[in-house]
Structure formats: C-alpha cells, structure tokens
Ligand binder design. Sequence first.
Ligand SMILES: C=CC1=C(C)c2cc3[nH]c(cc4nc(cc5[nH]c(cc1n2)c(C)c5CCC(=O)O)C(CCC(=O)O)=C4C)c(C)c3C=C
Ligand code: FE2
Ligand code: FE2
Length: 358
Amino acid sequence: MRFTNTKNYQHQQADKIGILVTNLGTPDAPTPAALKRYLKEFLSDPRVVEVPRLLWWLILHGVILRFRPRRSAKAYATVFNEQGSPLLFHTQQQCDAIRQQLQQQGHRNLEVAFAMRYGNPGIQTVLDELFAKGVRKLLVVPLYPQYSASTTASTFDAIAKDFTRRRWLPDFRFVSHYHDFPAFIEAAAQQIETFWQQHGKPQKLILSYHGIPKRYLLNGDPYHCECHKSSRLIAQRLGLDSDEYLTTFQSRFGREEWLTPYTDETLKALPAQGITHVQVFCPGFSADCLETIEEIGEENREYFLTAGGAQYDYIPALNDNPAHIDALCQLIEQNLAHWQVQDDPERQGRALALGAKT
Ligand SMILES: C=CC1=C(C)c2cc3[nH]c(cc4nc(cc5[nH]c(cc1n2)c(C)c5CCC(=O)O)C(CCC(=O)O)=C4C)c(C)c3C=C
Ligand SMILES: [Fe+2]
Ligand SMILES: [Fe+2]
C-alpha cells in the first residue's frame, strides 16, 4: 500500500480544524547516545547544512558525530531539569495555553497540538493523531518569528513529505513568519519593560538572534533582514535611540563566516568601549532552550564579566507569558478567519473583524 488510508470514514462528520504548533526539537536526554540521534537527524537536513551531500556525509559521520555528541551532552546536562528539556517543556506549556485561550474565546471545533521538527514528538506522529481526530483543515504555526530556510522551510518540507504518503489531504495554511506582527512586538517590548521595572535599564540592550551562515543571506534568505526589523520595531516601541541597542548573532556552528556581529565577540569588546552594564534578550527564540539558558545566560555572561563588564542580565524568552500567548492566538485567529466564516455563521462577525473575506 503506497498511501495511508483514513479508517472508519463516516459521512456528515463536522470537519475539525487542527492547529499544529512546531519548534525545532531537542534530544530525548542529555546523553551522548541521545545527542548522536538528535544531531544526526538535525544536521543531515539539507536545509540546515547546504554543502554537497557526499562531502557533508563524510564530515558529519567521520568527524562531527564522533566528537560533538559528548560535548553537547555536557552542555545539555546543565539545562535539563526535573521537567526534562526546557524547549520541550515550554513548547508543551505554550500549546496548552493556546488551546485554553482559544477555547475561552469560543472556538469549539479545534484540536491544538505541538510537534518537533527533529526528535520527539515528531511531525508525522502528531499529524496521524490530528487526522484520526477528524481534522480536515490544518494550520501549521512554526514558532520561528523570523523566516529562515534552515528552520521555517525545513518545517514546511517535513509537512510536505508527510503529505506525500497520505490519501486524504487537508485544507492547509502555513505561517511563514511573524517578525513584525504588532502583538508579537508588543509582547517582546512588555517582557523587556517588566524586566526594567525590576532590574533597571542597562547602558545597552543586546538583541541576540541565532545565526545562520552569511552565504545563506547572500543567496537570498530574508532572515537577517527580518531580525533587524524585529529589533527596530521592539526598540521603537521601547523608545530607544539607535545607540541604546544592538542586534547580534549567536550560536555559530562550523568554520565559515556566519551573520555578524557575533554576540560573543560583541560582549567581549563592549567593556573596553565603556559599556559595563548590558541586558540580553533573544527575540528569535520563542522558548528558552540550550542556546539561551546556557549560551547566553552562562557562557556569554562569563565573557562579558571577564572582559571587565560589571552587570550582565539575561531577559528570559517569551515562553508562556500571557502577552506572548495572546499574540500567538491573534496570529492563529487571523489565519483561521476564512475557514471559520465558511464553517460557523455565528462567528462571522468576529472573523470579518479580523479581516476575512466572504
Ligand atoms: C531560532 C532559530 C534557529 C536557527 C535560525 C537555527 C539555525 C541553525 N542551527 C544550527 C545548528 C545547531 N543548533 C542547535 C540548537 C538549537 N538551534 C535552535 C534554533 C535555531 N537554529 C534552537 C532553539 C536550539 C536549541 C535546541 C534545544 O534542544 O534546546 C544545535 C544543537 C546544540 C549543539 O550541539 O550545539 C546545533 C548543532 C545550524 C547549523 C543552523 C543554520 C544553518
Ligand atoms: Fe540552531
Ligand atoms: Fe550553542
């Protein structure tokens, strides 16, 4: 059998709408074996590493998967806690909060679930569950505010690959970015302002994003521009002048040049320029994870203080902060508006207010 079939089809069943929230994924445990599995899946994705396949296979299997799993497992061991991986924990919480808020707003025929692009729970498993519950319209929301082929398009690929084996495909929508969505900018600004109320304002706010190779930007990936736009809008909303904040890029991987300025090098250089009090916020990470907790919260703090910095604060990611959940629900509602006009005349007023066309 080439295609998966839909079992027990019944006529006159109401179509359900499925919301699939996704994130990158994380190892099952902070052990070298689990890291090897996770890194193999992640780094074999041609959207992530754009290097000729045979050459990359030799480097990945001959070098990286021999040494990196042990090193990365040590780093992950510092962030895993009794709830497991922070990324998995926060994504689960975000999903539950989105479901609850949409239900409170009167949405009835919805299933809300989350999946990870790499590792567990995998996209195929979760889609199987959603379709078994009668989902016939699917909205996928990757929790990457800024579009990058390495993350957003890779998620699309995984959904598309899953669809190639299904007999009955759903109506389908995909959120490719929300880097300038007003409610997202507002949630980020509020998170920073709340931090200022408790800890004061720094000399410089560092807005640090995960990097990608500079080559991807030169080949047309809009990620770099979208990061800068998010920064500009957050800074504008906070009333910051251009010399009061910086956009930097972290988490370099491999030897080629990545997007600059690098977060670590910037933090090492700032004290010599008289900047001794900084705060770092990561607008590209919707949930705290290894790259924020360990790399920004610990490693880069050390660089800054060793270079002569006096005060360094990490401002937590948006996680399940109510303003963040509200922003994601607004994004979801905008994308659902058209379907709901079709399905539920009672919701027409609200859907039309959100911009749906009849
Ligand atoms: C938020 C956006 C992200 C982009 C863009 C991104 C690009 C990218 N990442 C790698 C390599 C690695 N990333 C790793 C961890 C990691 N990356 C992101 C997000 C983005 N990556 C997150 C949220 C995480 C943390 C996951 C967690 O479990 O907490 C890792 C694994 C960690 C390690 O071994 O250092 C690697 C490797 C590349 C090559 C890339 C773009 C080309
Ligand atoms: Fe990454
Ligand atoms: Fe890292």
